[in-house]
Design a binder for this molecule. Structure first.
Ligand code: NDP
Length: 302
């Protein structure tokens, strides 16, 4: 299979590329930088979609870059990097003479309102209520193919939780403070912490490429990309400290996170949703790392 991956140079894209190549597939990345086995977004706009069997979009400016001040221009970059790349791919698929069999968009679980009681599945109703749910709405709309294209192309949306893995994502930013014994819960720590191991997220994407399940509607098939374990931020912090054998006594208060990241971004860390991968499991996907202990042991193994 030939797979085209927008933003394939990133943390999740590298894991996905390795998995697909190990399975014998060919991968081409769409990047802002030219290079071997790559095309640029400008190439995509100026020529037609390269012949491929599947398209995945993983492009997007890092939202939680602690080195970047939360400003209107950064916020626009966070939105535009996701919406414009997704629109470019939707347009390219729609106008392709040889459309791919699958179009897979990775978004986030921020569409579900943070709440410690409600358990969300892929079937849960949601409407926009803040900046992040608005982003997911616009992002998923940008990825929607016109009805006449969906006969040929299966659409999948994977709503991901916090992605944990070696060499990137949230863990990379947390390791130094935890090693220094400065790790602790974020805010109250009672907020749900929906997470997934990067190998499992790559696995769900690869699983979605299987076109033997024929789409029954023109709507995208939605999968929640979260581990089945329901953990809180406190449980995650304790487990990370236990696996690292480091203390976790210093909570980071909410006001500090708001001051450091801006209140709109701090919400991502201080609030969380209880999300389960109901349809992901029903579709036959088997998690390699369903619980925190196995995930963190793999990630922190030297
Ligand atoms: P990365 O931060 O590793 O970046 C992915 C790629 O996006 C980069 O390699 C880069 O490719 C491209 N990119 C970055 N900024 C821009 C920009 N301004 N314009 C166009 N392209 C850009 O992301 P992840 O791999 O961690 O995440 C991939 C997707 O999954 C993102 O859309 C993210 O929102 C989503 N997601 C991630 C989660 C996580 O915890 N990591 C959780 C939920 C959703 P290049 O430099 O080659 O152009």
């Amino acid at each position: 299979m030939r797979v085209l991956i927008g933003g394939g140079s990133g943390f999740i894209g590298r894991e996905l590329t390795k998995l697909l190549k190990d399975k014998g597939h060919e991968v081409t990345i769409i990047s802002r930088q030219p290079g071997p086995d790559r095309i640029t977004w400008t190439d995509l706009e100026s020529a037609s979609l390269p012949v491929c069997d599947a398209v995945v979009n993983l492009a997007g400016e890092n939202i939680l870059n602690p080195l970047k001040r939360w400003s209107e221009s950064y916020k626009s970059e966070v939105f535009n990097s996701r919406l414009n790349t997704t629109r470019s791919l939707t347009r390219a698929i729609t106008s392709s003479q040889t459309p791919p069999q699958s179009w897979i968009l990775i978004t986030g679980i921020a569409c579900y309102r943070a709440n410690v009681q409600t358990l969300y599945t892929e079937d849960s109703e949601w409407t926009t209520f803040d900046l992040w749910s608005q982003l997911v709405k616009e992002w998923e709309e940008a990825g929607r193919l016109p009805a006449n294209t969906t006969k040929n192309t299966k659409q999948v949306v994977i709503r991901s939780g916090v992605v944990l893995g070696q060499g990137g994502g949230a863990i990379k930013q947390m390791l130094t403070p935890f090693w220094l014994g400065l790790g602790g819960t974020l805010g109250s720590g009672n907020q749900p912490f929906p997470w997934i191991h990067v190998s499992d997220l790559a696995g769900i994407i690869a699983h979605s490429l299987d076109t033997s399940r024929i789409p029954t509607s023109s709507q995208p098939e939605v999968f929640n990309g979260v581990a089945p374990a329901l953990n809180t931020n406190h449980e995650f912090t304790q487990e990370l400290g236990r696996v690292l054998k480091r203390p976790t006594l210093l909570p980071l208060p909410e006001f500090f996170l708001r001051a450091a990241l801006g209140w709109e971004r701090a919400v991502i860390l201080t609030q969380g949703q209880r999300v389960v991968p109901k349809r992901t499991l029903e579709s036959g996907f088997q998690f390699q790392y369903p619980d925190l202990t196995s995930a963190l042991r793999q990630i922190l193994a030297r």
